[in-house]
Write a protein that binds this ligand. Sequence first.
Ligand code: BEZ
Length: 228
Amino acid sequence: MPSLRLGNIAPDFEAETTAGPIKFHEWIGDSWAILFSHPGDFTPVCTTELGEVARRADDFAKRNVKLIGISANGLKDHNKWVEDINDFGASYGPTNVQFPIARIAIADEDRKISTLYDMLDEQDATNRDAKGLPFTIRTVFVVDPKKVIRLTIAYPASTGRNFDEILRVVDSLQLGDKHRITTPVNWNKGDDVIVHPSVGNDEAKVLFPEVTFHKQPYLRTTPLKVSE
Ligand code: BEZ
């Protein structure tokens, strides 16, 4: 079971990254952050993921989200691999696009940060390096500007993550922080939302003039106009 839970403060750490040394909390600043681990450099699924993250840089920036990757590799490998990510990424993105975001990755050769964040899965015997040491698995931590962990996900090494889904959750969290709402199954930005259960019906009519009261008394939905 992961030792870090939703609502915990994301542990702070110092790290060497491809963009220089950082202190995690200081680096996050007033932004949201996504810390995501991957099994290793020069691996196929990870190469597609990092290319995608870089290609979607504007989607994350628009939401005030900074991304930082991590694996148990050294800086030399990270920097060399960035060339591959850029090269592969450019083959399915617009030409001459560089992917600067892929340059921000933590070099966690000694697995100190991966251990702190419980990113090593001793149970997964298929995910080990040549020496038999566990690779980092594909974890995702969404951290808000107060440094609180708001989402954790773990994917198997064999399955690339769906960054549309991660962005969707960020949208839901950010909207829920601003409005007294939750979001239903398969919700996407722009779809109707659910009035938070803590809002009484009279208050719901004031807060959400277009509210619909469904047959189930606990289910109230409403459109929500949001600026980009
Ligand atoms: C990959 O990124 O392709 C990968 C890495 C480790 C194990 C399996 C797949």
